[in-house]
Design a protein around this ligand. Structure first.
Ligand SMILES: [Zn+2]
Length: 465
């Protein structure tokens, strides 16, 4: 089905269903008639998603649309009173409850609106059905009952299976009125979502506004932290992202990986794509196949929803190359400092005016130095291996320092250089035999971004690295 058709269909369905809802509401004052309806909210959400993305033909596959199905049972609109009565007698309810700490079977069933001694007896005695009583607190349980509380079916997910699916316990009454219990594996449906955001104040304000889940927002930082200092975003910066989500029964169960993104910062466009290298390995690469992990972080200071909060705004980060051959990052005492690339500790201890200082050796004669720390992280000793992003110490004011800040030096053959003025050589790009597969992945993402971009104007230039 084409996207436009899908929308027409959606709109039509919603209209019809809305009439049903109104009809039902008039028929029966009992609030919240359960219904199997693609609700207004769902349509609104779908329209919002398109709105956030910007252009109409966004996703190549219409099945990617985040349509939320609300599972509720609704009597069909009846034409004759006789029919209406029969339908009213057969009303069903689907209720969902989370298992609470200290729940008993009785208290759980009561909240679900189940008033059924036969069902209770079955759950207590059947070896499979008893699994319900072992399900952990926080799990969702759904039950369908008749008007007077007789159980028709009950389902609870009992085990997560990574991104593949859930093992679900299903207890159901068959056509003879007998209960049966079974464990079924329900596959997750993987969807690809696309979102855009504009920077007005900070990254997290923009991601919240674009309804991007927090876990995905954090991945945006990870994806671009070797290109962008997120403390120094500007109004007018923007981003487009593609990420995966996993769904079950019309509900989003979890978010997955940020697959690709582009970020325009201070007039430069950076693009990155996740490339699966097999055997559980993978990483982010620029569109020309260079590993972003093999570059240096733009800011050794940790950027997170917490660190970018109010307290940081009182201590603006200058991050400017200074006469004294370093970059000073003003920050509150105790802010975590991270290794800006993989390497080996060359020095960890007091060194003259630098106070508490760590020096890390990288590749190609590159090294980085971090001064004035209040505290060096415990395991940082000469010879220790560190990974990019690993916390090596905390901001302080030791040595010749007038206030808490990080003094950061980027050195080439032991000589301090302005990291923004030289093009750093990556230690590794993708192997030549990986490139054809990589180009296919990158081209797909480039195509998606091209669809998102027209509204932005075509002036943006790619500064891939
Ligand atoms: Zn300094």
């Amino acid at each position: 089905m084409r996207l436009s058709d899908k929308f027409r269909h959606l709109a039509a369905t919603t209209q019809v269903k809305a009439q049903e809802v109104i009809h039902s509401a008039v028929q029966n004052v009992r609030s919240m008639r359960p219904s199997r309806v693609i609700s207004f909210t769902a349509l609104f959400f779908a329209v919002c998603a398109v709105g956030a993305v910007g252009v109409a033909p966004l996703a190549p596959d219409a099945s990617n649309l985040p349509v939320k199905t609300i599972l509720q049972e609704l009597p069909l609109p009846s034409l004759e009173e006789q029919m209406a009565k029969i339908i009213l007698q057969q009303q069903h309810f689907i209720k969902e409850e989370k298992i609470q700490r200290g729940d008993s079977l009785a208290s759980l069933l009561q909240r679900l609106g189940v008033d059924d001694a036969k069902a209770t007896g079955f759950i207590k005695s059947d070896s499979i059905a008893r699994g319900l009583m072992q399900a952990r607190a926080g799990k969702s349980v759904r039950a369908k009952t008749t008007d007077d509380g007789l159980l028709e079916w009950l389902r609870v997910s009992v085990q997560d299976d990574g991104n593949k699916g859930n093992k679900t316990l299903l207890i159901a009454r068959d056509e003879h009125g007998e209960f049966k219990a079974e464990e079924i594996t329900e596959q997750f449906e993987r969807r690809i979502e696309m979102r855009s955001g504009d920077i007005q104040s900070s990254l997290y304000v923009a991601t919240d506004k674009a309804l991007i889940p927090g876990a995905v927002a954090d991945q945006i930082v990870k994806m671009f932290e070797t290109n962008i200092d997120f403390y120094k975003l500007q109004r007018g910066d923007y981003f487009n992202i593609v990420y995966e989500t996993f769904w079950q029964n019309g509900e989003m169960v979890k978010t997955g990986r940020l697959l690709s993104g582009e970020f325009r910062n201070a007039g430069k466009l950076f693009q990155a794509v996740w490339f699966d290298e097999g055997a559980g390995e993978g990483g982010y690469y620029s569109f020309d196949g260079k590993s972003l992990k093999k570059a240096f972080l733009k800011s050794p200071l940790e950027f997170s929803r917490i660190s970018s909060g109010f307290s940081m705004r009182l201590h603006p980060i200058s991050g400017k190359w200074k006469q004294h051959k370093g970059i000073d990052f003003a920050a509150v005492t105790g802010t975590p400092i991270r290794a800006s690339a993989d390497g080996t500790i060359d020095h960890a201890g007091v060194q003259g005016g630098y106070g508490n200082m760590v020096i890390i050796k990288h590749w190609n004669g590159y090294s980085t130095a971090y001064g004035h720390m209040s505290r060096i992280a415990p395991s940082m000793r000469k010879g220790a291996r560190v990974m990019q992003g690993e916390v090596i110490g905390y901001v302080g004011s030791t040595g010749w320092s007038t206030g808490p800040h990080l003094h950061y030096e980027f050195r080439v053959n032991n000589e301090a250089r302005d990291p923004n003025s030289i093009s750093v050589q990556s230690a590794a790009a993708l192997a030549a035999n990986e490139m054809p597969r990589f180009r296919t992945v990158a081209a797909d993402m480039e195509h998606r971004f091209a669809l998102l971009r027209p509204e932005r104007g075509s002036a943006a230039r790619v500064a891939a690295r």
